[in-house]
Design a protein around this ligand. Sequence first.
Ligand code: AMP
Length: 354
Amino acid sequence: MTNNSKILGILGGGQLGMMSAMAATKMGINTHIYCPEEGCPASLVTPHFTCAGYEDEQALKAFAEQVDVISYEFENIPLKTIEFLKTLKPVYPDSKLLEVSQNRLKEKEFLNSIDIPTAPWAPCYNADDISQTLENWNAKQCIIKTARFGYDGKGQIFHKDSSKALESWESLNTDEAVIEGVIDFDYEVSIIVARDIKGNIVAYPPVKNEHKNHILNKTFYPAALPKNLQVEATQMVGRIAEAVNLVGVLTLELFVTKDGTLIANEIAPRTHNSGHWTIDACKVSQFENHVRCVVGLPAGAPAPHSHAEMHNLIGNDVNNLSEYEAMDNTYIHLYGKTDVKPGRKMGHVTILKK
Ligand code: AMP
């Protein structure tokens, strides 16, 4: 069997799975999507689809029997599901990466253990931990994030009023959180890395990200990051890839502070919204590289051929495309989601700059 006659199973059916499946198809590789939701974006681009829960071992077993290698497109797949599938077929990236990125406390410990700086942090299990940590830091404010299942600003609060530790704690509705010092950052960047089965690493250039209501709104390539910080970010993401023995793609989100240092915020164990520009502006997109690596092909050099700006189409933006349609060098990608909801990522647009 050649690598590109393999069938790639993907857990998760969102737009990241959809664009990975499209990249695979372009390479002649079949995909099989496993997702609990009927009609999910990835199910629209492949005939092979299992609609079942992540705890359904019978369905997982049947899925594993029909594929050669398995990957996942989002971080909240239960670890138990991955451990079970690993007994049946190779699963990439390995569960070590998933474990670290599913829990913000483990993530921070891991990053610090490989000399990657993060915001000052402390574990939090009750309201007293908040008051005690602020006292220890001699600080008046902090950000508190649930250890698990936070995304797009959900599961986190900016704690500003020291007399209201109990209210802050209760509002998070969790039993495990992380307290973070507030970083006075200048801007946010992210960097994506691909590592293949032989250990070859290729990193995409860092990009600058702008958020609106905590959701990624725009990405800019190039990031106009000083050269020394570009090198540092590339080394950081390479260290992470080595430390978790990555096979596939992962993303590191970073703050750039006003005094020009990099501080890691979080790891996504997968392709990333800030890498969508690579489809239209690079020789090898983040999705193609992910597929290449997990099926055993060598990672490809990204080789960007254009500068680019990516705009997310969030909620009702998807109904106002005429401006983009009239623009040159502009590529509209829609995810086939029928329900338009505020804050929902419906698609994205990449504008090539030169
Ligand atoms: P996260 O869910 O960790 O990606 O955080 C969502 C957004 O909140 C980030 O993109 C930042 O804009 C902001 N944020 C998160 N953590 C911090 C921090 N420690 N200091 C300042 N801003 C933060």
